[in-house]
Design a protein around this ligand. Structure first.
Ligand SMILES: Cc1cc2nc3c(=O)[nH]c(=O)nc-3n(C[C@H](O)[C@H](O)[C@H](O)COP(=O)(O)OP(=O)(O)OC[C@H]3O[C@@H](n4cnc5c(N)ncnc54)[C@H](O)[C@@H]3O)c2cc1C
Length: 444
C-alpha cells in the first residue's frame, strides 16, 4: 500500500502503515536532505521506496538553511526550480568578513558558472516539504512520519530491512526491504545497529546558535567576524541575523555560568554595530548549543545496506557545505543503483561499493579543508580564552589582501562553497519538463 503524505509542515500526525507484512524495495531511513532526495529520485525511477522519518514534520530547531547553487541546478533539472523560487527566501550572493584590519569581501557568487549565481537561504522545512510534495506525485513513493528506526532486520548476515517504532502509538513494526539506505544523520541509529564506527577527526569547537534583529541598512548577505579567540558568523534572514558563535569544545557549561551578559558583551565587542540590540538575548534559553562533529566511515556499505550523507561522514559547519554534499551523495547513489533496483529489485554489493568510490574523494577533500581550518585557525585561537582586543585595527592577512587586489579570485571560495567538488546532475529518467516560464535547461 502506498500512503501519500500530507505536505504541510504541521501535518502527518499518524502513520499509514503498509500492511501486516510490511515490505518495500528500498527503505530510506531519515527524511533530511539526503533521504528526501534519495526517495524522490528512486521513486522517479519507478522503484518502490519508503522513507522513514522519526519526526511528525520537518520543523527543527536547527537545520542548515542553505540551498547551494548546484542544488538549485538540480531542482531545475527535476522541474522544481519554479516551485522552489516561489518559496520566500533570501539570497546570499557575497560573503564578507569583518577582520581586525577592516571589512572585506571574501567570496563573490556573481562569478559562479551556470544558471545560479547565489546560495538561497530558505527554512529547511520548506525545502524538504517541496521534495516531499514532488515525491508524493510518484505512485511508488511512501513517506512514513513518526517512524523511529530502532534496529535492522538480518538474514544470513545480509541486512533485509528495518525495525521501527510508531511514535504516535508506540507500536513496533518491521519493514522488509531489498536495500536499506541510512540517511539518518550524524547520530545514525542504523550505523550503530550495523556495528559500524566512524573514524572521528576531533573538532575544537561547538556552536552557540541564536538570533538578533537585523535592520534594513545593515550589511546584506553573510558576514564572518574573526579576531583572536573569537569567531562568529552572521546569516542574513531578512529582519533577523542568525548568529553562530564558536566556543571551545566542551566549554558551554563553564561559559554559561558567567551569565547571559557575557555573550551580550562578547557580541557587542565583536560586532559593535550590533551593540544596540544584544539585550534582545534575554536568557540562555535564547541560545542553543550545537554539538559539532567531523567523522567518516571507512566503509559506507554492507550487504543490503548503504550509508550516505552525515550518517557516512558528519560535516563541520565550516564552509556550510554539508547539505550540498548530502544531496550530491543521494543523487549519485540513486543514479548508480536505480538500474539494478529496477531490473532485479535488489542492489549488488559491487554497486554499493561504486557509490562509495564516487563520493569518497569529494567528501575527503572537503573534510580535509575543514580539518585544516580547525587546526590552523579555529583550534589555536579558541584554545586560549582570550579577551577581546581593545582596538580593531591591524593588517589584513596576505591571502585576503591578494583577493582584494584581484577580485576575480573571490570566485574561487564562492565556487568551493556554492558548487563544491564533483556536483552531481540528475539522471535523465529523473528529469521533468519545467513548467512554462521556468528556468530549467537541458545541459547534458
Ligand atoms: C552547527 C552546524 C551548522 C551547520 N550549518 C550548515 C549550513 O549552514 N549549511 C550546510 O550545508 N550544512 C551545515 N551543516 C551540516 C549539515 O547540517 C549536515 O551536513 C546535513 O544536514 C546532512 O544531511 P543529512 O540528510 O545527511 O542528515 P540530517 O540533515 O541530519 O537528516 C537526518 C534525518 O534523519 C532523521 N532521523 C534521525 N534518526 C532517525 C531514526 N532513528 N529514524 C528515523 N529518522 C531518523 C532526522 O530526524 C533527520 O530528519 C551544519 C552542521 C552543524 C553541526
Amino acid at each position: 500500500m502506498v500512503s501519500h503524505p500530507s505536505t504541510g509542515p504541521g501535518t502527518g500526525d499518524t502513520i499509514q502503515h503498509m500492511g501486516k507484512n510490511e515490505r518495500t524495495t528500498v527503505a530510506v531511513v531519515g527524511g533530511g536532505p539526503a533521504g528526501m532526495v534519495m526517495g524522490l529520485l528512486l521513486a522517479r525511477a519507478g522503484v518502490e521506496v519508503t522513507v522513514l522519518e522519526k519526526h511528525a514534520d520537518f520543523l527543527r530547531d536547527f537545520r542548515g538553511d542553505t540551498v547551494h547553487a548546484s542544488t538549485l541546478t538540480l531542482l531545475d533539472d527535476l522541474g522544481l526550480g519554479e516551485r522552489f523560487a516561489a518559496i520566500p527566501q533570501r539570497r546570499l550572493d557575497r560573503v564578507a568578513a569583518q577582520l581586525d584590519g577592516g571589512l572585506v569581501q571574501i567570496a563573490d557568487m556573481s562569478r559562479l558558472p551556470g544558471a545560479h549565481q547565489h546560495i538561497a537561504l530558505v527554512p529547511q522545512w520548506d525545502f524538504l516539504d517541496l521534495l516531499a510534495a514532488a515525491a508524493a506525485d510518484e505512485p511508488s513513493f511512501t513517506l512514513l512520519r513518526r517512524a523511529d528506526v530502532t534496529g535492522l532486520l538480518r538474514e544470513s548476515g545480509r541486512v533485509t530491512g528495518v525495525r521501527y517504532t510508531d511514535r504516535a502509538t508506540g507500536e513496533e513494526h518491521e519493514l522488509a526491504a531489498a536495500l536499506t539506505v541510512a540517511c539518518d544523520g550524524r547520530h545514525s541509529a542504523v550505523r550503530t545497529a550495523a556495528g559500524l564506527r566512524p573514524r572521528g577527526f576531533g573538532v575544537p569547537m561547538d556552536v552557540w546558535w541564536f538570533r538578533l534583529p537585523r535592520r534594513a541598512d545593515d550589511v546584506a548577505g553573510g558576514l564572518g567576524r574573526f579576531t583572536a579567540g573569537h569567531f562568529c558568523v552572521l546569516i542574513d534572514r531578512g529582519d533577523q541575523w542568525q548568529c553562530a558563535y564558536m566556543i571551545r569544545k566542551g566549554s558551554d557549561a563553564e561559559l554559561r555560568a558567567k551569565g547571559i551578559g557575557e555573550l551580550r558583551r562578547r557580541m557587542a565587542g565583536l560586532v559593535p554595530w550590533l551593540g544596540d540590540r544584544v539585550d534582545t538575548l534575554e536568557s540562555w534559553d535564547d541560545v542553543k548549543l550545537l554539538d559539532v562533529r567531523l567523522d567518516r566511515l571507512r566503509r559506507w556499505f554492507a550487504d543490503g545496506l548503504l550509508l550516505i550523507g552525515d550518517a557516512a561522514h558528519a560535516m563541520s559547519p565550516v564552509g556550510g557545505v554539508g547539505i550540498n554534499l548530502a544531496v550530491a551523495d543521494a543523487v549519485a547513489a540513486a543514479r548508480i543503483l536505480a538500474p539494478e533496483l529496477r531490473r532485479g529489485g535488489t542492489a549488488s554489493t559491487a554497486a554499493l561499493r561504486r557509490v562509495q568510490l564516487r563520493r569518497w574523494w569529494p567528501t575527503a577533500l572537503v573534510q580535509g579543508g575543514q580539518r585544516l581550518a580547525h587546526r590552523a585557525v579555529l583550534g589555536k585561537a579558541l584554545s586560549a580564552d582570550q579577551d577581546l582586543p581593545a582596538t580593531t585595527t591591524g593588517t589584513l592577512p596576505l591571502p585576503i589582501r591578494i583577493t582584494q587586489r584581484f577580485p576575480l579570485l573571490q570566485g574561487i571560495p564562492a565556487r568551493l562553497v556554492a558548487i563544491g567538488p564533483l556536483p552531481e546532475r540528475a539522471p535523465a529518467w529523473a528529469r521533468r519538463p519545467t513548467p512554462p516560464g521556468g528556468t530549467a535547461q537541458s545541459r547534458d
